[in-house]
Design a protein around this ligand. Structure first.
Ligand code: PBE
Length: 575
């Protein structure tokens, strides 16, 4: 049967576009609220030196879950601080607390409503199933469009992913209240709100809290995912470690997440029946915590003056001192960090995320003619779609023009001489690559865009395949990073290899794993090594296990990019 594909994805795209435009004001309101709340929490948590918070948390954990766990809290958090993950930990805690706050705020009432109204329950249950099983990554995509890059889309995605248990367990807890108790309270003539507040909720509390506990754990499990769209904290540390294959850092940051999980889990699990309730009542402890929070917040308000960012530039104030970056492992990011040091941009932050998120943010700002600063590179279709300019780099931190090399594993020449030859002869211009990129950005899928370019450039292909013996269905594994440039080149060379008798598989990974994969021979080749400067660190660490076939393209450039309507010309103007 030959039925054309349902344009479901297109419909969702249009819907999301429509929502983005129509509710722009509402979204920016939410963004400000969530961001504001998060900042307050971060400030409150970091009001004193780390020990202060460590002691408070240890006392709280000890009180709810006995002293050994209190001691564990002290030791584990001191370790986290010692390893240098304190700031990230605060960020992560704040993210989880904000998600948790909204989960409780909405989850419990919705759960109650479900328990009281069968129709509502029938509608909500499948929605919850959907929310829980849809891969959490998927929520990030519209979240970026609605809320921009940074911590807010991460919190929103965590919230959607994590709210289900709170709703379900509230519903369950209330429904499980024994019928005879309900009947008794009806018999005494209590109103439904009396029944709810005096009978149902108190009896359902253990179940409800179990749900909240699960929701908070789920929210914590989202922090790594959230870092893909720029949420800071331990998740970002883990993501960075993956993208640079830094085993040690990955372990340290991961361990810190485990500690936070244990601490949050014990507090939320035991807060209803604290271990030492007979010594100090729960009311007193909760009041002390509340007072501490208020004191910390007030303290903050009074000391805030000095925290205002430097003297500051105008453009800094307009962009919140943010440079929108891409994948943390990208060479461009290392260069941007060097540039920030070199040009003394101390009060600026480089937001880590992904190339796709960066472009989404650029699109959004561009549509509203708002100032935005990004890390950019060419060739890239964004220069064709938007009026952009590179900021001058008088100190030459971003290096000059360079090229993209093809690199293959040792032994490929003997195992698949034909493929090796094609890869070796693969070479094109920036204008070729741009054509493919523009098609892809316009919605053509990468394979088709590659085919189209190949059909139109048979002379070039003839040169690449000249003298190469045809394959007999051998498998060639190509590896790449989802940068627009590499999506284009990798798909083109993959198609050419396929047309010459090879079975090609593509794997998309982070930059560190890309180099490591070719070096350890688990994949055959990549056409994505930006040299001599961008990837020099990766190249240096894996060089001895790689076969470098030289550039397949020359004349690339990296730098800090702004739309032309932004009134600065040099990185120095950011100061
Ligand atoms: N980039 C830009 C790669 C190479 C230059 C994103 C395509 C990187 O920064 O690692």
């Amino acid at each position: 049967m030959n039925m054309s594909k349902l344009p479901l994805g297109d419909w969702v795209d249009s819907l999301v576009d429509w929502i983005t435009v129509t509710f722009a004001a509402l979204f920016s309101f939410f963004t400000n609220v969530i961001d504001g709340l998060l900042n307050i929490i971060v400030e409150v948590l970091s009001v004193g030196p780390p020990v202060v918070l460590i002691i408070v948390l240890a006392l709280l954990v000890g009180y709810t879950s006995r002293w050994p766990l209190g001691i564990f809290t002290v030791i584990s958090l001191l370790l986290v601080d010692n390893l240098g993950y304190w700031e990230s930990t605060i960020q992560t805690l704040a993210i989880v607390l904000v998600s948790g706050f909204f989960i409780i705020l909405l989850g419990i009432p919705i759960g109650i409503w479900c328990a009281q109204n069968k129709t509502v329950q029938k509608i909500v249950t499948p929605i919850l199933d959907f929310m829980q099983t849809m891969p959490a990554f998927v929520y990030l995509i519209p979240s970026i469009l609605f809320f921009g890059i940074g911590v807010v889309p991460g919190i929103v995605a965590s919230f959607i992913f994590a709210i289900a248990p709170a709703i379900r367990m509230t519903n369950l807890g209330i429904q499980e209240v024994p019928k005879d108790l309900i009947e008794a309270s009806d018999a005494f003539g209590s109103t439904s709100s009396q029944k709810l507040l005096k009978v149902q909720l108190p009896l359902a509390t253990p179940t409800i809290l179990a749900g909240v506990n699960q929701s908070i754990m789920l929210a914590l499990s989202m922090v790594v995912t959230a870092s893909l769209v720029g949420a800071p904290g331990l998740g970002a540390d883990v993501y960075r470690a993956v993208s640079q294959i830094n085993v040690g850092q990955g372990f340290e940051a991961g361990l810190s997440i485990v500690f936070i999980a244990i601490i949050l889990d014990r507090i939320t699990q035991n807060i209803r029946k604290p271990a030492y309730e007979r010594f100090v009542s729960r009311k007193i402890v909760l009041s002390i915590v509340a007072i501490l929070i208020v004191v910390a917040a007030l303290f903050n308000v009074f000391t805030k003056e000095d925290a205002v960012k430097g003297t500051g530039s105008e453009i800094g104030a307009q962009t919140d001192y943010k440079i929108i970056g891409i994948e943390p492992g990208a060479g461009l990011m290392a260069q941007a960090k060097n540039a920030m040091k070199d040009y003394k941009l101390e009060n600026w932050t480089l937001v880590e995320g992904s190339s796709a998120a960066m472009v989404a943010e650029l699109k959004k700002a561009y549509a509203k003619k708002e100032p935005i600063i990004i890390t950019g590179w060419s060739p890239h279709w964004m220069f064709a779609s938007f009026d952009l300019k590179y900021l001058d780099d008088p100190n030459k931190v971003f290096g000059g023009a360079e090229g993209i090399n093809t690199i293959v594993r040792k032994g490929l020449k003997d195992d698949a001489p034909g493929a090796y030859k094609i890869l070796d002869q693969f070479s094109w211009d920036t204008s070729d690559m741009e054509k493919v990129m523009v098609d892809i950005s316009g919605g053509t899928n990468p394979t088709e865009a590659a085919e189209k370019w190949i059909k139109a450039n048979t002379d070039k292909i003839a040169k690449w395949t000249n003298g190469a013996q045809a394959g007999k269905g051998e498998e060639i594994k190509l590896v790449y990073v989802a940068w627009d440039t590499e999506i284009a080149s990798t798909n083109v060379i993959a198609k050419v290899l396929e047309q010459n008798g090879y079975k090609v598989t593509l794997s998309q990974v982070e930059v560190g794993p890309m180099f490591a994969g070719v070096a350890n021979g688990s994949v055959d080749a990549m056409v994505a090594a930006w040299l001599p400067s961008t990837h020099k660190d990766y190249y240096a660490s894996y060089k001895k296990d790689l076969v470098d076939l030289g550039p397949n393209l020359e004349g690339t450039k990296n730098g800090i990019v702004v739309p032309k309507y932004v009134d600065i010309d040099s990185i120095e103007d950011l100061k």
